[in-house]
Design a protein around this ligand. Sequence first.
Ligand SMILES: [Zn+2]
Length: 315
Amino acid sequence: MFWIDGHCDVLYKMWKSGGNLSFYAPDSSLDVTFCSAQRSRLLMQVFAIWVPKEVPRHHAWDVALRQVDLFYERIVDDSARTFVITESSHLDQLREGKLGAFLLLEGVDALQGELTYLRTLYRLGVRQVGLTWNHANEAADGIEEPRGGGLTRFGQQLMKEMARLGMIVDVSHLSVRGFWDVMEYTDVPVVASHSNCYAVCPHPRNLGDDQIRALIERGGLIGITFVPKFVHLQEKEARWDHLFRHIDHICHLGGAGSIAFGSDFDGTEEKIPDLAHADDFAHFAEKLMTRYPKEWVRKWTGENWLTFYRTYLRK
Ligand SMILES: [Zn+2]
């Protein structure tokens, strides 16, 4: 059994530390490291480029590029222990002893309304784009924006360009109206890289049943995430077995084939006990197998992401 993790914020954490955190040092304080990936059979990791809102608007592009630079300088390495995935054929190289690394832009604030910047990031290897973080930007409103607006004119242009380039859209963090605009007016492949079920834990960041059904119908994936406040309403009491409720709920909606995981490791200080870093993936897989058939667990921990990216990344 192997893992593919649909979301981590290693790049943001490395950037924030001024590049002082090492992805390869055995004693690194990062939640996801090369060593922990090896120990838990994590074969592929999605790395988010995320620019916090404290960064002044005109610096956002610079910060995004610095995170891309850290990805190529500090994570992807010459001996090809960690290699970049930009095409479906690259997935054939996934195997133990290596790590496939995939770039996601989380929130298009850095693009500053310029398709040129989207194309530049595409050429730098970005293949998946989350339209917003929690607030509004040029493309759409995030889930915490009171206005709750959908896709803007730029958002629509962006979706068109993403479809042309063969990019994947990530709807985690997006406003409800934005979600439906994406589902109704575009035909790009869709994932929610790190979101749970609102019916189980009523946090605005989680997905409603109608959204989950729409993702299932579209062939999208839902990366169940470990962030305590999205797992259990009493976040301090969140435990790994609360994740079963989210899994059961998606299964109940007919989505056993749409379940995956997006840990959000290195993106949050709050952790579920025993599910705090990539080393815990292996242990969590064992827990899952005490409750669900092995074939299902195998799909959720990695095969569903693999099939999705194989289907939607270009050759
Ligand atoms: Zn996020």
